[in-house]
Design a protein around this ligand. Structure first.
Ligand SMILES: CC(=O)N[C@H]1[C@@H](OP(=O)(O)OP(=O)(O)OC[C@H]2O[C@@H](n3ccc(=O)[nH]c3=O)[C@H](O)[C@@H]2O)O[C@H](CO)[C@H](O)[C@@H]1O
Length: 311
């Protein structure tokens, strides 16, 4: 939990720097209920936005106990403490991974869930079920479950971006590190899928649009909504090669790649029908693929070695 807490602390410090505001920031182990209680005692909390969790697909399959304990154990502690303090509203960062292999595309919220292809996705699915059950059993409880597709990009200031520890497992941090010459070339996991160019297709959503989805969800929660689920995606699918090319255009740098075998647990295509969020949350996408690549490059070129100058 240390790394997780520190990463969160670093991010919040940077948010405070950029915005000039002072969002109170605490390092807290979510399994430590006394630390959580202190936080709830100190502040009048009306709603919890729950982002905390481990999120590497491959690691999740190798370390099931760590993922169950961190993601699910911490959520249960948090929900228990919320209840003790009479806090009944939660916005949860869930994932398209709860859908598993699509039976139809684009996927709307009615698409079957639970057939997850990896353990990370399973933890998100189980947490969704826990929150749904609480909302069913307790009238005053409300939950908004936001199923993220693939968040990409960085803050427009170039000061806040994704800085994975070690070699990135996610596509776009990897691509941007190749462009900045920190990594040699991209490995594309498979080019023989049933997709237009044979490489996998995903729905990449600009991280600032994603953040706005949470603001919209917060306003929506005031309406005593019970438990509601929304996809946050763009409805458009882009392949791995599309993304590498779009990043080359935005950065003016080459992104060389080699084709390798398929990655375990991956699926060919995944993209959202996000019309429900538009209709009910009043949420609208503002930024496109070119802009997400531009802002990611702005951050990566300003921070070629991330936030750790000696790494
Ligand atoms: C299907 C699924 O579980 N999706 C979840 C997973 O996204 P993904 O596994 O879709 O995200 P990713 O960034 O790891 O991969 C995106 C695409 O790039 C490909 N790729 C990635 C890295 C690389 O070095 N080379 C390469 O070719 C990969 O095969 C995939 O087609 O995790 C995310 C967490 O942030 C979200 O929760 C997604 O919902």
């Amino acid at each position: 939990m240390d790394n997780l807490a520190n990463a969160g602390m670093d991010s919040m410090r940077r948010v405070n720097e950029i915005t000039g505001k002072q969002v109170p920031t605490f390092s807290i182990d979510m399994l430590d209920k006394d630390a959580l209680r202190d936080l709830f005692k100190k502040h009048k909390i009306l709603c919890v936005m729950h982002f905390a969790g481990l999120k590497t697909v491959e690691e999740s399959c190798n370390k099931p106990l760590l993922y169950y304990k961190t993601n699910i154990g911490a959520t249960i502690s948090l929900l228990e403490v919320m209840k003790e303090f009479g806090v009944y509203n939660m916005i949860f960062s869930s994932s398209a991974a709860v859908y598993g292999s699509p039976t139809y595309l684009p996927m709307d919220e009615k698409h079957p869930v639970g057939g997850c292809t990896n353990l990370y996705g399973k933890t998100k699915y189980f947490i969704e079920e826990i929150i749904k059950d609480i909302c069913t059993a307790e009238n005053q409880s409300n939950g908004v479950l936001l199923r993220y597709f693939n968040p990409v990009g960085a803050h427009v200031s170039g000061k806040l971006g994704e800085d994975p520890q070690g070699v990135p497992s996610k596509l776009m941090p990897y691509v941007s590190q190749v462009a900045v010459r920190r990594l040699k070339e991209l490995t594309v996991y498979g080019d023989n899928y049933d997709t237009p160019d044979g490489t996998e297709v995903r729905d990449y959503i600009y991280v600032v649009d994603l953040a706005q989805g949470h603001v919209a969800a917060l306003k929506y929660l005031k309406k005593d909504c019970g438990c509601k689920v929304f996809n946050l995606g763009t409805g458009k699918g882009f392949s791995v090669i599309d993304m590498a090319k779009a990043f080359e255009t935005a950065s003016g740098k080459r992104v060389p790649y080699q084709i390798a075998g398929r990655r375990e647990g991956d699926i060919a295509s995944c993209y959202a029908d996000a019309s429900l969020a538009e209709k009910e949350l009043g949420w609208a996408l503002k930024l496109d693929l070119a802009k997400m690549c531009e802002d990611l490059w702005h951050w990566q070129s300003n921070n070629p070695t991330g936030f750790r100058p000696d790494s």
